[in-house]
Design a protein around this ligand. Structure first.
Ligand SMILES: *Cc1c(COP(=O)(O)O)cnc(C)c1O
Length: 428
């Protein structure tokens, strides 16, 4: 398994000497020093109890449920979770408490809880895969755990050692995976949702004094779109994220406000919003996926282009990162695979605009567009609608399908790769 501290999602370890004018980064550094000393070089005299997965208490359900059949309508509704969940309570007084694996069920939370009023919530999304070799695997889960820390501390929730959260995730998968994702379901997956909420019962607008970290495992539909996604470009009255904001964090506050535009897009028969930023129509990401275009430059070079992480308005997707790394490693010199001849590709992370995409389209240089994220995986885009323009893109075997094949090969154990973490199964 990869170390959590290397090759990670946006570095969250903050060194001494953060500038006094940087309120947010200074606040995050001192939060980490108090709540997760292992994640910072700043020292505090009395750090609180750290998150420790080895203390886990297993409280197995007395009433196990039957997993739904493949055609159960509840799967599409994403309302069915496995028998257990993991919970850990944190308080400002005592730090992290005892992690518990317990029956999945409702929480009791006071109506005054911070999360209900001030959006003190963040989450992660990753999948548990049942390989064709019969093994259960997670895909680069260390990156999700590290990003989870970046999100929690961005909204004043406590810090933790990401490796400890990973151990809790693995424990839940090891317990419920064998029954809910049995060996007969090779090629199937469940969806993991690590979440943190502030649950202190007090209305004060302040840094939360109590938080609950929990992990659930949900039965999830395959969101495959063989005919390609249809994207509606965002309009001037909706911006998803902005520099100095929190677009890079997986915090609930980024999603609620986007649902009006998304609902309207669905009504008009689009799958997702393509989020643009600024007067020039800078392309950022698509729904809760990162967005890629493949085009030819006027000089005839083939490029894979995606928005950069530098201004922190897009999410540092694990799928995005994996697409970029695999493309650099395997497509820089071109490839012939499955009867396809793919020209060498240059990988480019930079700002680009809808004007450039439209120009490439009009000049016949637009090769492919695709979205990349855990939920939709790699989904080719068939149409982008922007202002009065309709940009149609061919959906056919090419770069996106090749990269998708490589990634799913790793996830489902067809290719042995250190991005895939095998979960040793326990059951209950
Ligand atoms: C979760 C998410 C992504 C995709 O990230 P992955 O780690 O690849 O699943 C992209 N954009 C947004 C806004 C997201 O919430």
């Amino acid at each position: 398994m990869e170390g959590v501290t290397t090759n990670g999602i946006q570095e969250t370890t903050i060194a001494n000497g953060t500038s006094a004018s940087a309120l947010t980064s200074t606040g995050i550094a001192s939060n980490l020093a108090e709540t997760a000393p292992s994640q910072t070089t700043v020292e505090v005299e009395h750090p609180l109890a750290s998150l420790d997965a080895s203390l886990l208490q297993r409280n197995i359900t007395p009433s196990p449920r039957t997993p739904p059949q493949a055609d159960d309508p509840n799967i599409v509704l994403q309302n069915t979770c496995t028998d257990h969940m993991v919970t850990v309570q944190w308080t400002e007084k005592n730090g992290w408490g005892t992690p518990k694996l317990e029956p999945y069920g409702p929480f009791s939370i006071m109506p005054t809880a911070s999360v209900f009023h001030y959006a003190t919530e963040c989450f992660e999304g990753l999948k548990l895969y049942r390989g064709f070799d019969g093994k259960l695997r997670l895909f680069r889960p260390n990156l999700n755990c590290k990003r989870f820390l970046g999100s929690s501390t961005r909204i004043a929730l406590p810090g933790f050692d990401p490796e400890e959260v990973l151990k809790l995730i693995v424990e839940l998968c090891a317990t419920d995976g064998p029954k809910w994702l049995p060996k007969e379901k090779a090629g199937g997956f469940l969806y993991l949702r690590p979440t943190m909420i502030a649950n202190d019962a007090a209305l004060g607008v302040q840094r939360p004094k109590a938080a609950l970290l929990y992990v659930l495992l949900c039965v999830f539909p395959a969101l495959d779109t063989p005919s390609g996604l249809k994207l509606l470009a965002s309009q001037d009255d909706t911006i998803r994220a902005w520099p100095g904001g929190f677009g890079y964090a997986k915090v609930g506050a980024n999603y609620g406000p986007s649902l009006v535009a998304q609902g309207e897009a669905r009504k008009r028969n689009f799958n997702q919003i393509l989020w643009l930023f600024g007067e020039n129509g800078q392309v950022t990401e698509a729904g809760a996926s990162n967005f890629f275009v493949v085009w030819k430059t006027r000089e005839g070079k083939t490029q894979l282009v995606t928005a950069p992480l530098t201004d922190r308005i897009i999410l540092d997707g694990v799928t995005r990162r994996s697409v970029l790394e695999l493309s650099r490693a395997r497509l820089s010199n071109g490839v012939s695979a499955d009867g396809l001849e793919l020209a060498p590709i240059e990988i480019v992370e930079r700002h680009y605009t809808m004007h450039e995409v439209l120009e490439a389209y009009n000049e016949g240089r637009l090769v492919e567009c695709f979205a990349a994220g855990t939920a939709f995986f790699i989904a080719q885009v068939a149409l982008v609608s922007w202002k009065e323009q309709e940009i149609t893109v061919p959906v056919k075997p090419g770069y996106a399908t090749t990269i998708k094949g490589w990634l799913s090969g790793i996830m489902y154990g067809k290719e042995q790769h250190d991005w895939a973490v095998v979960v040793e199964e326990k059951g209950f």
